[in-house]
Design a protein around this ligand. Sequence first.
Ligand code: NAD
Ligand code: FE2
Length: 403
Amino acid sequence: MNILKQIYCRSFQLVFRLAIPILPYRDPKEMASVDEVPHLLKKLGRNSVLLVTDKPLREAKVTERLEKVLKEAGIRCAVFDSVEPNPTIKNVEAARKVYIKNNCKALIGFGGGSSIDCAKAVGARLAYPKRSIGQMKGILKIWRRIPPLIAIPTTAGTGSEVTVASIITDSEKKHKYCLNSFPLIPKYNVLDPRVTFTLPPSLTATTGMDALTHAVEAYIGGSTTRKTRALAREAVKLIFENIETAYKDGKNYDARNNMLHASNRAGLAFSMSYVGYIHAVAHSLGGQYGIAHGLANAVLLPILLEDYGECVYKKLSELAECAGIAKEDATDKENAEAFIKSIREMNKRMGIPEKLKGIKEEDIPVMADHADKEGNPLYPVPKLMDAKELERLYYLVSDRDEV
Ligand SMILES: NC(=O)c1ccc[n+]([C@@H]2O[C@H](COP(=O)([O-])OP(=O)(O)OC[C@H]3O[C@@H](n4cnc5c(N)ncnc54)[C@H](O)[C@@H]3O)[C@@H](O)[C@H]2O)c1
Ligand SMILES: [Fe+2]
């Protein structure tokens, strides 16, 4: 990246870092069971709600308990269950219609990041009926209050239940982008491990690695605070201790609970300290090919950490300590390498591939351009890269036989 753009990026990031204490971050009110939702809605005086979720979750009856307790409490519950993984503008518009038709007064995002992000975007469209989703992309475009939103994550995960972000795909332009605005932080969330019991092993693995990527990218970036560093360290420790148990034994309450809390802590950390190029590249792959977000991150994480090299040794060595794999007499470089190696080994044990299939050489410049626009100047990454330099990462992550 040329020096002028570097100065611009670092100055932009500095302004946002200095502004952290005055920006309206808030920690949502946390509940521990879906059974508490009706009481909350009654307290808020909302007697009709839109449940935003996806078909597989409904068919697996994961929403059943929530729907039952709402019915018993006399709260009308309209359902939109057509959210797609990598939720689209069309999903948001269709859900908004159901909300209006049923005269709903609150939103529940029930599912992985896709359902929660879709519910957030519905809230944004309700707050700004005359603005399109595309017009609200980017940072600080939304200032009006959205209807009360209760986020119930069923993956662990995106951390969307605490973040400022809603990530939506424009399926026509094959472009996936973020809406980053404070009113999108859900006011309430429910961390109920029972709704994650049905998450299959492969998704447990990839969504868990997404959470690890949040913690790592937030920690190695240049805009951390004491609070976000502590949150990221806690998340790394919990993920290393619990992900493989949750992967092997999906109904293990403690492992699921710890993973939900890890993902939540990582979400809080990156909401303030941002993610980095791993996410920017993963989003471009999601927009272009629909590659699942967690899978893209899981594969990219060790590759990019290795590529960053020396500038991340110290921070990764600290994370290696949290993960319980650092050696006292080892150098930062050795501990950082051990950290990266153990991510690779965890991926392998959980059936995550080393590279991604299906990346076409002719699509790389456009994807790199999207990643550049997402990452620069916002993400306080350890090493800046422009679109041309980012192109290299797509080759690194591609299955060599294909590109
Ligand atoms: N808003 C944010 O801060 C943020 C952060 C990171 C990622 N994201 C976005 O979140 C999306 C990915 O979310 P995700 O990884 O949680 O997956 P997802 O919501 O796309 O769900 C993936 C699949 O898992 C299934 N599933 C989810 N929970 C289940 C359960 N308990 N049992 C059985 N099946 C279950 C879903 O039905 C779906 O088929 C992406 O669009 C990504 O960009 C958002
Ligand atoms: Fe993510």
